[in-house]
Write a protein that binds this ligand. Sequence first.
Ligand code: MCA
Ligand code: AMP
Length: 512
Amino acid sequence: MNLAQVLAQSAVRNPEKVAIDFEGIPYTYAQLYEGINKCAQFLRRIGVKKGDRVAIQVPKCIEFVCLHLAVLSVGAITLPLNVGYPASEIQYFLTDSQSSVFVSYSKGYDAVKEAVDSIENLKVVMLDEKSPHGFDALVNELEKSSGDDVRKYPTEKDDVGILLYTSGTTGKPKGAMLTHKNLVSNMKALHEVWRWSENDVLLHALPLFHAHGLSVALHGGLYAGATIVMHEKFDPRRTWETLESVPCTVFMGVPTMYYRLMREWESIKPDLKRMRVFISGSAPLLENLFYKFEEATGFRILERYGMTEALMITSNPYEPERRIPKSVGYPLPGVNIRIVSDDGKDVEPGKVGEVWIKGDNVFKGYWNNPEKTRETFSDGWLKSGDLGYQDPEDDLRLYLVGRAKELIITGGYNVYPKEVENVLEEHEAVLEAAVVGIPDEDFGEKVTAAVVLKEDSKGMETDELIKYCKSKLASYKCPKIIFKVDSLPRNAMGKIQKHILQKELSEKVKEQ
Ligand code: MCA
Ligand code: AMP
């Protein structure tokens, strides 16, 4: 089994149809698959073999799509990376994954060059800035390619296709291994539940380096043989205008995007007569936003629940009248869930417990980390760290109510406080630090820190600490606000009481 091979069938069915319109430049299915084959030849030429990790850190572009599917076609593994990651994070991902190729672009490469140069046996593929999306170097290489089809798809269903790094409670990101079976089965389940068809036109405004934009949106659209209109960045006004002018039938976003779309609604009020469905996920969609959106547009947003380690888990039903705010719906076909208490026993329907997951969607484990993998599973069930309950009155419909794991979700991105605390505590002026999520209308939660400074550094400005964090962490992980405090609230055991701190900092934010 190979995801790229499954997707290649759309090219055979409808070669002349536009597969992706990237920022106004259309690429037919035939052109896309020619590009994939050329990239596959290039990868073979530079020695990429089955199982090799190919890390790609480039802005959203058509070349990313071709490279990613070419990597899978030759049996290798794609490791997509956020362009916002600074050098220290990139060095960690490349060394931890033992990647053999790093695909970068000149504007971004300067920032990571020093860290990357120190890694042995790593081939760097540079893409310069002359082609429409900055990819002349690769494009030149591709021109050397012949017409031979080198896509051999040498993988079995349990071979890894994508390695996605997710942060963890210990602070060090771990590489989640997603197999071809995970990717294909989940894509097919969503195809059925969301009633994808080749008549669909998806507006794709998400990043391609997470499961949401990559697996759910990109793979889903290509599998359906639909047309994907890709915007490099999300812009709410442009999104409304495009949904009307193209016109589109499907949109996917995180709640922050829906919040920003609503802010622009009144001044545009686009005609959405061709739209079929708006889908939300990656973070909780607030009830008032669900209703506000429905009142304005007439559409009930279809909310679903997923996590990198299990791709998509549950979804509200497709029928609009069965989409309910606050509920994430029912398990997808082939996915099983349980709600489990602290002692590992199933709780009664209606009672809150941790969501456990089993099915073809569940990942193979963390890269090179059997210990963390073992901790994440119990009897073959993936322990999600999410807290929820099933409604006994409504066919066990799932509601999420919180998280057992210490996690902040900001604008759909996950931030583990420990990772930020570690960085803050490495600063010479900081004695100790604690990081929490403060409710925020736009981002859902806002990363916020409290620091106790060392005696001789009490006068230091917190702006300086934020600047320091930005040099060490992707900017979405950096605290938006840092408060100086004399001490952190602790219990009798000395453990920091995050819920008290969270309340205290929320009050401080309100006072500002
Ligand atoms: C950008 N910034 C953020 C975020 N995004 N800060 C906190 N949280 C964020 N999500 C920073 C920028 O670096 C910048 O920092 C400042 O905030 C203002 O940026 P702004 O222009 O407002 O942001 P933007 O570029 O418009 O991005 C907002 C966004 C983006 C479009 C909502 O965050 C986004 O694309 N989110 C989607 C993430 C996603 O795909 N998640 C799926 C994970 P400064 O000014 O300091 O430089 S996969 C997943 O969760 C599972 C599988 C699932 O269920 O889907
Ligand atoms: P990630 O590790 O980036 O894949 O994020 C996965 C986490 O996002 C899940 O464990 C949930 O906590 C959260 N999540 C995803 N979808 C939803 C949703 N619809 N509602 C609430 N939380 C969600």
